[in-house]
Design a protein around this ligand. Structure first.
Ligand code: BG6
Length: 482
């Protein structure tokens, strides 16, 4: 396969055996297998590697079936489609081996066979694309069978469902793997435009000096989604939008938006700063939370007709540190909403001196903002006010825009999972979450989990319950034109 990636970092990982638990599941089919194929195509996988799909015996398939379903998944979900030539070399790396939590199954033999083929010093990487309740048993099995040596493990989100389950999960994983081997994945941290927040803030003297309470009036992270639960009732009923999206993705994005500058972008200093920021977030006050459920959710197959699970949440969080004291952070996300967007808005204070006539309040609100659109391919808009042409000093909204797709070669993009799997193979934990950070997020969430606000029903295709406006008052939920 011909390398065509021309980014700056050309490091090639050590030889690997990649074991994908949950290989026939949705995540494996939609993201992981197409991502591995794209990495292979781009010349970013190791010189020698094997991919072993795995699942408990009752879900086992043959290697031929696994190869066939992998090709179908790549054809359906992949950005790079297989051709006969590119497929045949990738296909040869794929096999399937069953694995059960009691250690039975074919996996141990399959790994040793693959190691004989490509060399004994090969690294093992286990991707646990399985439900949270299955993780503990598999991790114990990896430890007790010695498969944890020379290995790394990717754990999926949500990492636990509350503080005590996150602590138990961390305890079991830490008993079987060293922290340097553990990669807790949050795919939002693998998105180009989320990583670009670090470049935007710390590579430019233009923005960082104003990135604090003296200049920033509020920060909004808004991730409405038009999609529904897409048949995932089993997962969603026990998870809900707060655990699925906020404790994981939105808080992690918030970490990059609000942390102090680390001394370097390596895993230690960067994650220290993110965790220091998480430590300064105040415990969530349920009075500043609105939980919604879309009309019709209870009719979805597998959903309890009296379900109290939220499919929408809006909340306000506060931070107790010198940089952000007094600045509200507004977070909103939900299913079946009017649009799909992924937006961070930094609202700046109005200047003290009122030199200009106020012509139109709505226009003024559009000025004075930095808007980061982190949906692929991503863009950044700086909204400001400019003099309207004419004899009088009237103001109008103006905008400076950076668009990823117009500025850089989009073909170099790695999808979030691809980026993170490769970072893991290289042993770089910078973009992975740390146990203390995750536990802190569950800790600040505890009052809300213990005393959830009642559900409010909202219409599909709307912006969620009307009362969510109260969370953001005196500001307004703001989304730029799509
Ligand atoms: C997943 C959530 O982690 O992220 C989904 O489980 C959500 O509910 C998805 O829709 C959003 O991710 P992306 O990459 O589509 O923005």
């Amino acid at each position: 396969m011909s390398p065509h990636h021309d980014g700056n970092d050309e490091s090639i990982p050590d030889n690997h055996i990649f074991v994908l638990f949950g290989a026939t599941g949705d995540l494996a089919r939609r993201k992981v297998l197409p991502g591995l194929f794209h990495l292979a195509e781009a010349g970013l996988l190791p010189a020698k590697y094997r991919i072993i799909g795995s699942a408990p015996t009752r879900f086992a398939v043959t290697t031929e079936e696994f190869r066939r379903s992998t090709r179908e998944a790549i054809e359906k979900f992949g950005t790079t489609k297989p051709t006969d030539a590119t497929w045949s070399s990738f296909e040869a790396t794929l096999s399937f081996a069953s694995a059960n939590s009691d250690g039975s199954g074919e996996l141990i033999d399959a790994i040793s066979h693959a190691e004989q083929e490509i060399g004994a010093d090969t690294r093992r990487l286990y991707h646990l694309a399985i439900p949270p309740n299955a993780v503990i048993e598999i991790v114990r099995m990896l430890g007790s069978s010695g498969l944890n040596h020379n290995a790394r493990v990717i754990c999926e989100k949500p990492f636990g469902t509350d503080l005590s389950s996150a602590r138990s999960l961390n305890a079991v994983i830490s008993a079987n793997f060293d922290e340097s081997q553990i990669f807790r994945i949050d795919h939002f941290l693998g998105k180009e435009s989320v990583d670009n927040i670090l470049a935007f803030r710390f590579a430019n003297e233009l923005f960082e000096p104003i990135w604090n309470r003296r200049h920033v009036s509020y920060i909004q992270i808004d991730v409405p989604e038009t999609l529904s639960i897409e048949g995932r009732a089993d997962f969603f009923e026990h998870t809900g939008t707060f655990r699925d999206m906020v404790v994981t993705h939105l808080f992690q994005v918030l970490g990059f938006v609000a942390m102090d500058q680390p001394s370097s972008l390596t895993a230690g200093p960067l994650r220290d700063e993110v965790c220091r920021f998480f430590a300064s977030i105040k415990t969530i006050d349920p009075d500043f939370v609105v939980r919604g459920q879309y009309d019709g959710y209870r009719d979805e197959p597998g959903v309890d007709p009296n379900s109290q699970t939220e499919t929408f949440i809006a909340l306000r969080v506060e931070v107790a540190n010198d940089r952000w004291e007094g600045v509200p952070f507004y977070l909103r996300t939900g299913k079946c909403m009017a649009e799909s967007r992924q937006i961070v808005t930094i609202g700046l204070h109005e200047p003290n001196a009122h030199l200009f006539p106020v012509t139109n309040d709505a226009q003024h609100r559009r000025g004075n903002m930095i808007v980061i659109d982190f949906a692929d391919p991503g863009s950044i808009h700086t909204n400001f006010l400019a003099k309207l042409p004419g004899p009088s000093m009237f103001l109008g909204p103006a905008e400076m825009t950076f668009d990823y797709k117009d500025s850089f070669c989009a073909a170099n993009n790695l999808e979030a999972y691809e980026h993170l799997i490769r970072e893991c193979m290289l042993g770089n934990q910078t973009l992975f979450t740390r146990s203390d950070g995750i536990e802190r997020l569950w800790e600040i969430a505890t009052p809300l989990l213990d005393h959830p606000k009642p559900i409010e029903i909202y219409s599909k295709g709307s912006w969620g319950p009307k009362s969510s406006a109260s969370v953001v008052a005196p500001h307004k939920w703001y989304l730029p034109h799509g």
